[in-house]
Write a protein that binds this ligand. Structure first.
Ligand code: HEM
Length: 469
């Protein structure tokens, strides 16, 4: 039986090729790995032999499989819980494959060209963090629930770097989880993040049905082919799979954004910034979708079982709202729902930067203006159809989704939309009175508060390839 890629799989019942695939797949792809404390180490290889030696040792000594990760999660649920091991992941760039003299390079053309060649109206490469301006050959991700265990694993990776003189660290980036008062993960603007994810494992889909708000209005089940592809350089690409890994460092000017929420509220004639912020993001800070109700308050579990079918004019959630732009849930004007869903990706981001203020204190003047943000990370099987499409054809495009002639264009995504040269952003539309289409008003848009500081495309190969290199 070939690997099941046209549907989600049950990892507990996986046998045959599905089981072999999970034994050689890196963790964090089919299911997020805990990344409360995270370090990304960006590397260059000066020669083939040291690069190969480093990769072989790292994968043999420090990297676990997706299967082991899933078993560790089960063991952690036991009483007493058995702690898992840190996550160590490895991605290679196109130039990394070249230095390692691997002939069968993953064939996604956008991966091969690299992020510097992408056309997302990104700031000039000259303004990116310095190590992204040149070429990077590999990234190692080290993450865990505790800083100590993460730091130990980080130390072991650096020992392997030292043991291979042709390998050098060109940049390091730490990530650090951020939480609200309910201990839910939030991003720096203060909104619950990471709730809506495509799910690839039957066990996760069952848990969503049984332990959250259900799946009747939004089906989170996705086929594995949305995130994994055969690893062309592995000993047996029929069972050895990998995934394209997108990395973008997105700095957030929190003080600017929080002030802009208030100004947006004034433009819409609202009493405070709360609903204005929810109109920009598509959810209130506590995760309540603004398409479901006009105020926050649906806290636990944070809902994800919704769509925009009762919000056809954008009078509850504006068409420009970040989560509506990046997942229209059937309201994107596609004839074919599967086509629309095929653009979604597995997001595995983490916040970065240390806050000296309390992110949840409701103040503006003490909020950071730089050095904090989101390390956007995502797994794709087709970069053009997933990440690139989402950023370019949805988020950056003021004309998406197409609306009837009597309505103005929706505008760009207020969070991640980018226009050429950071010029003026097209107006956005929203309802003054929640849900009332006759109160739809067009106002000037939120300026850009998120700045891309660099990034790259990687392929996370199968362990079988890495260990046999
Ligand atoms: C600093 C940058 C960003 C911030 C602050 C941000 C914030 C958020 C928040 C608060 C949510 C709602 C939580 C959830 O549903 O999981 C969300 C969801 C989402 N974001 Fe972002 N995000 C950022 C960057 C991006 C980028 C670069 C992309 C893709 C190009 C993206 C794609 C998505 C998608 C697909 C969802 C889920 C939508 C859904 O299924 O309803 N985000 N984001």
């Amino acid at each position: 039986m070939p690997v099941t890629i046209d549907a989600p799989i049950s990892w507990k019942n996986a046998n045959g090729d599905d089981s072999i695939m999970l034994d050689h797949l890196q963790p964090n792809i089919v299911k997020p790995h805990v990344r409360e404390f995270l370090t990304l180490i960006f590397l260059k290889f000066s020669d083939e032999a040291s690069g190969r030696s480093f990769v072989r040792s790292l994968s043999a000594d420090l990297m676990k499989s997706a299967k082991q990760h899933l078993n560790e999660i089960e063991a952690f649920k036991a009483d007493p819980p058995v702690p898992g091991t840190p996550y160590v992941g490895l991605g290679l760039t196109r130039s990394g494959y070249d230095v390692l003299s691997v002939a069968d390079i993953p064939d996604d053309q956008i991966f091969q060209a690299g992020m510097q060649k992408s056309d997302f109206n990104d700031p000039d490469v000259d303004s990116w963090d310095s190590y992204f301006r040149g070429s990077i050959h590999a990234v190692v991700l080290v993450a865990d629930m505790l800083n100590d265990t993460k730091a130990q694993a980080h130390g072991k990776v650096l020992q392997l770097v030292d043991a291979n003189p042709g390998v050098s660290v060109v940049g390091t980036q730490d990530g650090l989880g951020l939480h609200n008062d309910n201990r839910e993960g939030i991003e720096h603007f203060g909104y619950v993040d990471g709730r809506s994810q495509p799910l690839f494992l039957r066990e996760d889909i069952d848990a969503e049905e049984d332990r959250t708000d259900g799946t009747a209005n939004w089906d989170p089940a996705f086929p594995l082919k949305q995130i994994i592809v055969p690893d062309p350089a592995a000993p047996d690409p029929a069972v050895h799979f990998g995934s394209y890994f997108i990395y973008r460092k997105l700095e957030q000017n929190v003080r600017f954004f929080k002030a802009e929420e208030e100004k947006l509220a004034v433009r819409f004639g609202l009493s405070d910034g709360e609903r204005a912020g929810a109109m920009a993001v598509g959810r209130f800070e506590d995760g309540t979708p603004v398409t479901m109700q006009s105020e926050d308050g649906v806290e636990s579990p944070v809902p994800n079982n919704f769509n925009y079918f009762s919000d056809k004019n954008g009078a509850k959630c504006p068409f420009a709202g970040h989560i509506r732009k990046t997942n229209p849930r059937g309201s994107g004007g596609f004839e074919d729902m599967e086509g629309e869903r095929s653009h979604l990706m597995a997001r595995r981001g983490q916040t970065y930067g240390v806050r000296t203020d309390n992110p949840n204190d409701g103040m503006i003047a003490n909020k950071p203006e730089k050095d904090v943000g989101l390390l956007f990370m995502a797994f794709n099987s087709d970069i053009a159809n997933q990440f690139e499409f989402t950023q370019k054809v949805w988020a950056n495009n003021p004309g998406f989704p197409a609306v009837p002639d009597e309505f103005p264009a929706p505008g760009v995504d207020p969070i991640i939309g980018q226009v050429p040269g950071d010029g003026p952003r097209p107006d956005m539309q929203g309802a003054v009175v929640w849900g009332q289409a006759d109160s739809l008003t067009t106002v000037s848009a939120v300026p850009r508060t998120v700045t891309m500081k660099g990034g790259e495309y990687f392929f996370m190969p199968s362990l079988a390839f890495l260990r046999a290199l």
